[in-house]
Ligand binder design. Sequence first.
Ligand code: PHE
Length: 345
Amino acid sequence: MNREEIDQLLAEINELKCKTQKEIEEARVRFLGKKGEVTRLFEEFRSVAPEMKKEFGKTLNELKQTVSNKIEEMKSSVGEEKSSAGSGQDLSMPGDPFELGSRHPVSIVRQEIVDIFRKFGYDVAEGPEIEDDYHVFEALNFPPNHPARDMQDTFFVSGGHLNPLLLRTHTSSVQVRAMEKMGLPIRVICPGRVFRNEAISARAHCIFHQIEGLYIDENVTFADLKQAILLFAREMFGPETQIRMRPSFFPFTEPSAEVDVSCNICHGQGCNVCKGTGWLEILGCGMVDPNVLEASGIDSKKYSGFAFGMGIERIAMLKWRVNDLRHYFENDMRFLKEFNTSTEV
Ligand code: PHE
């Protein structure tokens, strides 16, 4: 330790200019912190020759006092500047509005459908989008040469003749996984994205979303299916809604039906949305084929069940009278803003 060193430190401290509280804190640590310069001098002071102690002791104490004063002074003046009107900021100005994003219409409708079935006691199950042939087709009673397995409809991810990987074409694959894993009775809905090799048009897309449902227990009948669909349709489209069922075919259900709801725009009078029929098709359904139950190890003599499946975009199109499915995938802000349910904060 020598005089020059102390003088130099003093000069540095006097010239110190900090603009923010953070800089002041850094300066405090640099001089007065545990490993700070002033603290180091105090440690060195211990080994100073006794005859010099008096003089150095006094100077060191003055140095420490100067640093502390300077730091306190800067602390209060930087604070003052911040709140003074001369800082160039008008603190009375309104803040910039912070815009929240809004939910996508498909996600809004999916949530609405999920909420309805949750009320009926259904759980939500999810599964992989890249699936194997077994869960998408074989376990669902698709014969080996069924056209749905064809390259026309299915995007294959890998070859492999026995059980190729593919993009699921429906979320029925999640129902198969539910039957394998969950104990009975089963009551699930499976929302998710599905893929089909279709030409993109106003009514079809290669990616869309489905919600499928499955209910398996003892003594489940077609009447239960009808009641579940009717209750759903009334919750979704209004209490006046009627349903009708038309015979159909799916490999995994027997008997199978296509469900229409009464057109909630013209109330059955006939309009251009329902093409003059008064009815709108919303979903496919049926009683789970015993072969499907057995494939997943469920005793088809004791248990029965129903399944149904619907396209979320289709329900959204009916709900909001959007006549082109492609709008849901183009992410045009003008379209998406129509569904803005969020509030600005
Ligand atoms: N999985 C069928 C589809 O994708 C829909 C469906 C589900 C039909 C359940 C009947 C029962 O078209």
